[in-house]
Write a protein that binds this ligand. Structure first.
Ligand code: SAM
Ligand code: SF4
Length: 343
C-alpha cells in the first residue's frame, strides 16, 4: 500500500454515473457494499482470527470523512445497501457519527444501512444507533450455551444476550448469524434454533469458510448445509423457500412464524448471484470475499486522486471481479484474514 499523504477535500463536481450501475464481466450487478470500520475486535473467535492478532496502525484506518467519501462514490454507482462491519464496529469511537454521516446518502439512492456486530458492547449503544438511522442489525451468536460460546469466541455470552435484548427494545430488527464448526458447536444447532424461534428472530447458519489463519481450516470441520438440515429435520418439518439474491437459502419450519437460513458458501456457493463488494478499514476494495488481493482505493484517495479517478478504479475493479469461490474452492493465500475483510 502506498504511503499516506494529506487527504484532499472531496471534490464536489458531479460524478459520471454509469447508466447500468456497477456490473462485472460475468453479468452480475452490484447493489451491496460492506464497509469495515476497524480490524480490531474485543472477541477472538477461533474461526476468524488468531488469539494474538497484529492490528493495523490506527493511522491507516479510514477516517469518518474518508468512509463517507468512498461510500458516496459507491452509492452514486448504484449501491443501495451498506453494511458496517469489522473487526467489531462498536469499537469505533465515532461509529454514531459515521451512521449520521451516511444518512446524507439516502437522497442519492441509499436504501438500507445495516451493521454486523458481536453485540457485546451493544446494550448501551442500541437506542442511539436506532435514533441515528441504522435500519437493522445482524448479530453473531454461535451458541446459547455459555461453555460452547466461550470455546468458540474466547468470550462470555451474557453481554451478547443483553445486547440482543437492547436492540429489540430499541426497535432495531435483528437477525442472528451462527458459524457452525464440527465438534465445537454443532450440538448447538437445535438449541440455537429453539432460542431464536422463541424470540421470533430470524437465524442463519453459516458454513465455516477457509478465511481464517493459514493452515487452520480443514474441510472436515465444515458442517454442511445438508448436515444442518438433517439436524433440523430431526425435530421440525422443513421446507425450502425460493432463493433470491440473499446468500442464505431460506427454510420454513412448519408452524413457526420465523424460519432459518443457511449460508452454504462451501457446499453450495451462491457466487452466480453475488451482488456485493467490500471495503476494508483502510479502504481496500475486495470485489470477492475470496479475492487474493484488493484495489487500494483508500491509499489512492490519500495520495490525492479525485472522485472521478476513484470512480474509474471502482468500476474497473468490479468489472474484473473473479467468478468466485465456486470456480476456485479452497483456502486463499493472502495476508488479510476474516476480521480484516469484514465477513
Ligand atoms: N465482529 C462482527 C461479528 O462478529 O458479527 C462483525 C465482523 S465478523 C468478521 C462478520 C461475520 O463473519 C460474523 O457473522 C462471523 O461469524 C463471520 N465469520 C468470521 N469468520 C468466519 C469464517 N471463517 N467462516 C464463516 N464465517 C465467518
Ligand atoms: Fe471479532 Fe467478529 Fe471475528 Fe468474532 S467473528 S473475532 S466477533 S470480528
Amino acid at each position: 500500500m502506498t504511503a499516506a499523504v494529506a487527504n484532499p477535500a472531496p471534490t464536489t463536481r458531479p460524478l459520471p454515473v454509469a447508466a447500468v450501475g456497477l456490473r462485472d464481466r460475468h453479468g452480475r450487478g452490484k447493489r451491496k457494499l460492506r464497509i469495515s470500520l476497524t480490524d480490531r475486535c474485543n472477541f477472538r473467535c477461533t474461526y476468524c482470527m488468531p488469539e494474538h492478532p497484529q492490528w493495523l496502525p490506527r493511522s491507516s484506518l479510514m477516517t469518518r470523512d474518508e468512509v463517507l467519501r468512498l461510500a458516496r462514490i459507491a452509492v452514486l454507482h448504484g449501491i443501495t445497501h451498506i453494511r458496517l462491519t469489522g473487526g467489531e464496529p462498536l469499537l469505533r469511537p465515532d461509529l454514531l457519527d459515521c451512521v449520521h454521516d451516511l444518512q446524507t446518502l439516502r437522497p442519492l439512492g441509499l436504501q438500507r444501512l445495516s451493521m454486523t456486530t458481536n453485540a457485546a458492547l451493544l446494550a448501551p449503544a442500541a437506542k442511539a444507533l436506532a435514533e441515528a438511522g441504522l435500519d437493522d442489525l445482524n448479530i453473531s451468536l454461535d451458541a446459547v450455551d455459555p461453555d460452547a460460546f466461550r470455546a468458540l469466541t474466547r468470550r462470555e455470552v451474557a453481554p451478547v444476550l443483553a445486547g440482543i435484548n437492547a436492540a429489540i427494545d430499541a426497535g432495531l430488527p435483528v437477525k442472528l448469524n451462527a458459524v457452525v464448526l464440527r465438534g465445537r458447536n454443532d450440538e448447538q444447532i437445535l438449541p440455537l434454533t429453539a432460542w431464536a424461534l422463541a424470540r421470533g428472530l430470524p437465524l442463519r447458519f453459516i458454513e465455516y469458510m477457509p478465511l481464517d489463519q493459514p493452515g487452520r481450516w480443514q474441510a472436515d470441520d465444515v458442517v454442511s448445509e445438508a448436515e444442518i438440515l438433517a439436524r433440523l429435520r430431526s425435530v421440525y418439518r422443513v421446507e425450502a423457500l425460493p432463493r433470491g439474491s440473499d446468500p442464505a437459502t431460506r427454510y420454513q419450519l412448519a408452524g413457526e412464524a420465523t424460519g432459518v437460513g443457511i449460508i452454504a458458501t462451501v457446499s453450495n456457493p451462491f457466487c452466480a448471484s453475488c451482488d456485493r463488494i467490500r471495503l476494508t478499514a483502510t479502504g481496500e476494495l475486495f470485489t470477492c470475499l475470496f479475492a487474493a488481493s484488493g484495489t487500494p482505493l483508500g491509499a489512492r484517495m490519500r495520495a490525492g486522486d479525485d472522485d472521478a479517478t476513484l470512480s474509474s478504479l471502482l468500476r474497473n475493479a468490479v468489472w474484473h471481479k473473479q467468478a468466485g469461490y465456486a470456480a476456485a474452492p479452497g483456502p486463499v493465500e493472502r495476508p488479510i484474514l476474516m476480521h480484516g475483510i469484514g465477513g
